[in-house]
Design a protein around this ligand. Structure first.
Ligand code: FES
Length: 106
């Protein structure tokens, strides 16, 4: 089962926003969390660990930190705690991120 199939498709009505995920335009409901939008879009991993293992949103309530993505140049953003907004630029994270946001500078 594809994880995206666990989520409802976006409503036909209501305000929509346009975000960009790794350069690909994605339409989402305006009140949706970024994690839900990513899962509804593809269900693909939103980040990779140092070993290359894929991770994506799990708890959807800010506890597991498996949903970390780069939002508008800010790495380690919890997608499940972030509401989408028009023009948001999202990048999937790969590998270790440091406390300062750089790669591997823990
Ligand atoms: S899904 Fe668990 S912290 Fe975001």
């Amino acid at each position: 089962m594809n994880i995206a199939s666990r989520f409802q498709t976006q409503p036909e009505e209501g305000p929509l926003v346009q975000i960009t995920v790794d350069g690909t335009p994605v339409t989402a409901a305006a009140n949706m969390t970024l994690a839900a939008a990513l899962l509804a879009h593809s269900g693909e991993a939103s980040r990779q660990t140092m070993s290359g293992a894929g991770r994506t949103a799990f708890c959807m309530m800010g506890v597991c930190f498996d949903c970390l993505v780069d939002v508008d140049g800010t790495p380690n953003t919890q997608a499940c705690m972030t509401i989408v907004r028009d023009g948001m630029v999202v990048k999937r994270q790969s590998g270790l991120r440091g406390l300062g946001g750089g790669r591997g500078d823990v």
